[in-house]
Design a protein around this ligand. Structure first.
Ligand code: PAF
Length: 283
């Protein structure tokens, strides 16, 4: 595994792989790798000649109240995971090399952003797409891998790739789950024992909503309320949102049809959990 710190060096290496006709599978991360990231790397390994993993805690996507300095980091662990899973290129730049001067241009996301978790994080996705545009130019990926657990990020990246004609295929990877259905997340360790038993009911609540849709319910409010009551009945968590939106446009729908996302965010004492199901709801 080659570890690269310099953006220019990454671009040179990527150009030489492309000239040899090799495909590059890219997994962008902010490090502190967990099983969700491992799944992305495994998928990239299966489908590409070269696997590129980036680890960069991107200051542009943190708001004034987010704790950038305390974002968890574990370089030794991340290197071990990357080399065990067969990563070829590990790109680990510092902030100064990625943003050597005050940027002259920043990208702004104007759709797909002020709903779901984006609503409470203004500017977050502007930072995400700005760093991804840079990383795409540096790493020249053939395919890029993102987890569907953050389906809003996948929708925003889909917009970035299409609007700016990046020659890269977006590969959304299904959410990795515990045997009881709970979506794997580094935040799950912050659940108490009692909360951990309740947390799978978020996924079960979404499945309950999906069954209602499959049975022909077309009224988003009815489905939202049913999911809400289900989760409230089985957990002590405080519901932040339950939303049904078109996917990937993330627009509200008067009637449930076509490709939609049913998403939930639930706050427990020390952990806010998110989960979603994306489905074809038919006509
Ligand atoms: O999902 C993340 O870890 C980040 O938003 C990403 C895509 C690496 C951009 O900094």
């Amino acid at each position: 595994m080659k570890v690269i710190h310099s953006p220019d060096e990454l671009q040179e290496v990527a150009i030489s792989y492309k000239n040899e006709g090799k495909t590059i599978g890219f997994v962008p991360t902010m490090g502190f790798l967990h099983e969700g990231h491992e799944k992305l790397i495994e998928e990239a390994r299966k489908e590409n000649d070269i696997v590129l993993l980036s680890i960069f805690v991107n200051p542009l996507q943190f708001g004034p109240h987010d704790d950038l300095d305390h974002y968890p980091r574990d370089e030794q662990h991340d290197r071990k995971v990357a080399s065990r899973l067969g990563v070829d290129l590990l790109f680990h730049p510092d902030v100064e090399s990625m943003y050597p001067h005050e940027p002259a241009i920043k990208l702004t996301v104007i759709r797909r952003t002020d709903v779901l978790c984006g609503r409470s994080r203004p500017g977050h996705f502007d930072g995400v797409v700005t760093v991804l545009a840079k990383l795409f130019h540096l790493g020249l990926p053939t395919r890029v891998y993102f987890g569907m657990k953050d389906a809003q990020q996948v929708a925003v990246v889909d917009g970035l790739i299409k609007d700016f004609h990046f020659p890269v295929e977006l590969v959304p990877v299904p959410t990795v789950r515990e045997p009881d259905g709970l979506a794997k997340s580094s935040r799950n360790v912050n659940l108490s024992a009692a909360e951990r038993k309740e947390a799978p009911f978020i996924h079960k609540g979404l499945v309950h909503g999906k069954v209602l849709i499959q049975d022909g319910c077309r009224n988003p409010e009815k489905v939202n309320n049913a999911v809400k009551s289900f989760i409230e009945k089985h957990t002590h968590g405080k519901i932040d949102y339950i939303e049904i939106l078109s996917y990937p446009e993330l627009e509200s729908v008067a009637s449930i049809k076509g490709r939609i996302i049913l998403a939930a965010a639930v706050k427990f004492n020390k952990a806010r959990l998110i989960d979603n199901l994306v489905m074809e709801a038919g006509d």
